[in-house]
Write a protein that binds this ligand. Structure first.
Ligand SMILES: *[C@@H]1O[C@H](CO)[C@@H](O)[C@H](O)[C@H]1NC(C)=O
Ligand SMILES: *[C@@H]1O[C@H](CO)[C@@H](O)[C@H](O)[C@H]1NC(C)=O
Ligand SMILES: *[C@@H]1O[C@H](CO)[C@@H](O)[C@H](O)[C@H]1NC(C)=O
Ligand SMILES: *[C@@H]1O[C@H](CO)[C@@H](O)[C@H](O)[C@H]1NC(C)=O
Ligand SMILES: *[C@@H]1O[C@H](CO)[C@@H](O)[C@H](O)[C@H]1NC(C)=O
Ligand SMILES: *[C@@H]1O[C@H](CO)[C@@H](O)[C@H](O)[C@H]1NC(C)=O
Ligand SMILES: *[C@@H]1O[C@H](CO)[C@@H](O)[C@H](O)[C@H]1NC(C)=O
Ligand SMILES: *[C@@H]1O[C@H](CO)[C@@H](O)[C@H](O)[C@H]1NC(C)=O
Ligand SMILES: *[C@@H]1O[C@H](CO)[C@@H](O)[C@H](O)[C@H]1NC(C)=O
Length: 454
C-alpha cells in the first residue's frame, strides 16, 4: 500500500498507520521521541511488577525505619536505661533500650507465685558496668553477626572483609565486634501494653559492609491460638533486619540467660530437665570455640550433648569435659536443628526446646524459624555476680534458702540463630540465610517462648 492509502477508509488505513509506525520510511526526531516514550513506559511498568515483592517487603519492614532515622538525633537524648514494661495475663516482661535488652520476665510457678526466670540486674545502669567488666551480654540482642567469626574475616564475592577481633587475643570476633548491638542505645519506635519495638540503624559500624536497619519487637500474650492452643503465657521475639546499601552477613540473636528454678537452687544441674528434640548434630569447634569446619553427631563425648530424648542438664555434664573448650566442662554448643517433614519449609516455626524445673514446676517451650541454637550452661559464671535482689527477696519471702550469686552452671542461655560461622564455611549451604543485600528479603529471627507448669 502506497501513499494512495491516505485517501482510503477504515481498516486499511489503520493497518497503514501501524505499519508506518513500526517501519517508518524515515527516522524523524518526532518518531524517535515517540519510540523512547513507549520504551520507557513499558520498562517502568515491567520493573514495578518485577520488584513488587521487594517494594512490599520494604513497605512492610522498612518504612518505620524512616521515622526512626528522623528520630535518631532525638534518641541520643532519650534515657537508654529507662525501663519499659509489657504484660498480659500471667506474664510481665521488662526491657531497656541499651542492647534492646530483656531485664526481667515474671511467670507463675506451680503454686501460682510469680518468679523471675531470666538472669540480669535490677538496676538498669548495671548493664553498662557489666559491658565494661564481665560482659555477660545478659538479655541483650547481639549482632550484626552473633557468635564467633574465625579470624574476624569473611569473603563476599572476591572481596575479603576484616572486622575487629575482640576475643582470644585477636583470633576471632565475638557477637559483632568491639561495640556490638548489645552495647548500642536502640530507639523505642513502638510501645503498647503488650509489645515494644526497638529500632537500630547500623551505618557500616564495626567495619561490616553497608547499612543495616533492625527492628526488634517483643510481645507477650495469653490468648489461645493455633500455635498456642492452651493459651499459655507467651513471649514472642522478632528480629527483622534489612540490608540497605551493600551485601553483608546478618545473623542476630537474643542472648537471654534462663533459670527456671528462679535461683531457688544453687545450680540448674539437678532440677532442670532439657530436651532438644531435633538436634542430632552439632557444630565442631576448636579449643577456643571457633568452628573448625566439622559437623559432629551428638554421640560424641559419650553422648553428653545428646538431649534428643531429654534429661537433667547435669546428668552427663561430667562427660562434657572439653566440649566447651580447653579446660572447660559443660555446654557452649551450637546444636543444628534438623527439620522433620512436617516442618520442612526452611523458615517455618518449629519447636526446638522443652525445658522444665522440678523445683518451681515452671516449663518453657521454645519454637523458632532458625536453623540452629546455641546452648550455654553458664560454665564461665563463678559466683561473683549477685542474683537480683528482687528475686532473692521473693525466695526469702517463700522461706527458700536459694542462691544469692550466679554460680557456675547457675543458668542456661538459649540463642536461636543460624549455623555459627557458616559465612566462613560455604560448603554447609547456609549462605542464603546469612548473606543479605538490598535485593534480598529481610533477615528474620523469630521465636516464641511458652511458659507452663508441670
Ligand atoms: C494465671 O495463673 C493462675 C495461677 O497459676 C491460674 O490459676 C490462671 O488460670 C492463669 N490464667 C491463665 C489465663 O492462664
Ligand atoms: C570470675 O569471673 C570474672 C569474669 O566474669 C572474673 O573477672 C573473675 O576474676 C572471676 N573470679 C574468679 C574467682 O575466678
Ligand atoms: C564483674 O567483674 C568485675 C571485674 O572482674 C568484678 O569486680 C565485679 O564484681 C563483677 N560483677 C559485677 C556485677 O560487675
Ligand atoms: C586473617 O585476617 C588477616 C587480617 O587480619 C587477613 O590478612 C588474612 O587473610 C586472614 N586469614 C584467613 C585465613 O582468612
Ligand atoms: C549508650 O548510652 C550510654 C549512656 O548514655 C553511654 O555510656 C554509651 O556509650 C552509649 N553507647 C553507645 C554505643 O553509644
Ligand atoms: C493499658 O494499660 C493501662 C494501664 O494499666 C490501661 O489503663 C489501658 O486500658 C491499657 N490499654 C489496653 C489497650 O489494654
Ligand atoms: C546434685 O546432685 C548430686 C547427686 O545427686 C549431688 O552430689 C550434688 O550436690 C547436687 N548438686 C546441687 C547443686 O544440688
Ligand atoms: C574439630 O573439632 C572437633 C571437636 O573438638 C574435633 O573432634 C575434630 O577433630 C576437629 N577437626 C579438625 C579438622 O580440627
Ligand atoms: C519435664 O518434662 C519431661 C518431658 O515432658 C517430663 O518427663 C518430666 O517429668 C518433666 N519434669 C517434671 C518435674 O515434671
Amino acid at each position: 500500500m502506497g501513499r494512495s492509502s491516505r485517501s482510503g477508509q477504515g481498516f486499511p488505513q489503520l493497518l497503514g498507520c501501524i505499519r508506518s509506525v513500526l517501519f517508518p520510511a524515515r527516522i524523524t526526531p518526532r518518531v524517535l521521541f515517540a519510540y523512547c516514550f513507549v520504551f520507557l513506559a513499558i520498562t517502568t511498568f515491567l520493573g514495578i511488577r518485577m520488584h513488587l515483592r521487594t517494594y512490599l517487603s520494604a513497605v512492610l519492614y522498612g518504612l518505620p525505619a524512616l521515622s526512626q532515622a528522623a528520630a535518631a538525633t532525638a534518641s541520643t537524648t532519650a534515657d537508654p536505661f529507662q525501663l519499659y514494661t509489657i504484660s498480659a495475663e500471667n506474664i510481665t516482661a521488662k526491657f531497656i533500650p541499651y542492647g534492646a535488652r530483656l531485664t526481667s520476665l515474671l511467670v507463675p510457678d506451680r503454686d501460682g507465685n510469680l518468679q523471675d526466670v531470666v538472669v540480669g540486674y535490677d538496676d538498669p545502669k548495671q548493664y553498662l558496668r557489666d559491658s565494661e567488666t564481665n560482659h555477660t551480654y545478659f538479655g541483650a540482642v547481639v549482632g550484626r553477626y552473633a557468635n564467633r567469626i574465625k579470624n574476624g574475616t569473611f569473603d563476599i564475592g572476591t572481596k575479603q572483609y576484616h572486622i575487629p577481633e575482640n576475643e582470644n587475643g585477636g583470633e576471632d570476633t565475638l557477637h559483632g565486634g568491639t561495640v556490638g548491638y548489645d552495647q548500642r542505645n536502640w530507639t523505642v519506635t513502638s510501645y503498647s501494653n503488650s509489645s515494644i519495638t526497638f529500632t537500630f540503624v547500623d551505618r557500616a559500624l564495626e567495619d561490616f559492609p553497608g547499612d543495616v536497619v533492625t527492628h526488634a519487637t517483643f510481645s507477650v500474650q495469653t490468648k489461645a491460638t493455633l500455635e498456642n492452643p492452651r493459651g499459655l503465657p507467651q513471649l514472642t521475639t522478632k528480629l527483622v533486619s534489612l540490608a540497605l546499601t551493600e551485601t553483608t552477613p546478618i545473623m542476630l540473636a537474643n542472648h537471654i540467660y534462663w533459670n527456671l528454678n528462679a535461683f531457688k537452687d544453687e545450680t540448674v544441674l539437678n532440677d532442670t530437665w532439657l530436651q532438644l528434640p531435633l538436634s542430632k548434630r552439632l557444630i565442631g569447634s576448636n579449643g577456643i570455640l571457633i568452628p573448625n569446619g566439622t559437623i559432629l553427631d551428638v554421640d560424641v563425648y559419650n553422648g553428653a550433648p545428646d538431649f534428643t530424648a531429654g534429661k537433667l542438664v547435669g546428668q552427663d555434664i561430667e562427660e562434657a569435659d572439653g566440649l566447651c573448650g580447653t579446660d572447660c566442662t559443660g555446654y557452649d554448643t551450637c546444636f543444628i536443628v534438623d527439620r522433620p517433614l512436617q516442618y520442612a519449609a526452611r523458615n517455618s516455626m518449629v519447636p526446638i526446646v522443652h525445658m522444665n524445673s522440678s523445683t518451681t514446676g515452671i516449663s518453657l517451650d521454645v519454637a523458632t524459624n532458625q536453623q540452629a541454637l546455641q546452648i550455654y550452661s553458664c560454665n564461665g559464671q563463678n559466683g561473683t555476680i549477685p542474683v537480683k535482689e528482687s528475686q532473692v527477696k521473693r525466695n526469702q519471702d517463700e522461706g527458700v534458702d536459694g542462691a544469692t550469686y550466679v554460680n557456675k552452671y547457675g543458668c542456661i542461655v538459649i540463642e536461636t540463630e543460624g549455623w555459627i560461622d557458616a559465612i566462613n564455611n560455604p560448603t554447609w549451604g547456609q549462605l542464603s540465610d546469612q548473606i543479605y543485600s538490598p535485593e534480598t528479603g529481610p533477615a528474620v529471627n523469630w521465636a516464641t517462648y511458652q511458659f507452663g507448669t508441670v
